[in-house]
Ligand binder design. Sequence first.
Ligand SMILES: C[S@@+](CC[C@H](N)C(=O)[O-])C[C@H]1O[C@@H](n2cnc3c(N)ncnc32)[C@H](O)[C@@H]1O
Length: 262
Amino acid sequence: MGRVTRIVWDFDDIDAAATPQAHLDYLEKTEAFPPLAAVREHTYAALPPGRGVDVGCGRGRAVADLTALGRPAVGVDRSDTMVRSARKRFPACEFTTGDAAALPFEDGSLDWYRAERTYLHIADPLRALAEARRVLRPGGTAVVADQDFDSTVMASPDPALTRTVVTALTDSMADGRAGTRMPALLAGAGFTDVTVHALALAFSSLPPVEPLLIEPAEAVAVAAGVVSEAEARAWRGGLERLDREGTFVVAMTMFVTTGRRP
Ligand SMILES: C[S@@+](CC[C@H](N)C(=O)[O-])C[C@H]1O[C@@H](n2cnc3c(N)ncnc32)[C@H](O)[C@@H]1O
């Protein structure tokens, strides 16, 4: 179980985690992934001019980028650890601690609302989206980007075992299918003109994704009791072999969904 105690997977309550620094390190690594930079660019292009909020802002990258692009942005995150880190990185930007379900803004006061990889960790998305609708002005835009972890595919000597592990990983999150659920959720929250754009996150070597995806997948599948320790080791060993042979591939799909507040 050594690996289980080291993994970073649960972003629901970072401040209560044994090692909040590990969550900061995790986000630092994912922020540097070129495919996620492309996702960020796509979300920025989908936002209208004016002032808005980045909900679940983490270490603050998107708020800093948007501010530099001339779009006044406030970052909100439930975690004090994240807000402190964002303020330290980008002292000229505005960050505040707060929950997606209770945002510190007046009704109809914002032009846009953005959230990236946040709804994966929100158990009651309709409540948070009702709050998004409340703070947006009529005609304001919500842009929400999340994976559907069920879309994870990889070359594997044991595809059936891989599916079992991927399902366990998806089910371990508050909403591991947030990416594909978001169009219906936005429509259900009363947003109109819903659009969805899919972007692939693909990797052809194991090291960048090992601590961020493969180790957590292995650990949660064992913890959920759907694979034994021996099966998990064999699964991981198969991926390591593919990597040594230069044939490793893993990909998942990120969905950028937009909606307009009527
Ligand atoms: C995986 S991180 C993504 C951070 C950032 N959006 C990024 O793309 O790098 C998820 C973030 O959402 C925050 N979060 C989770 N649930 C939240 C909630 N209910 N309200 C506000 N923030 C939340 C976490 O504290 C964490 O910083």
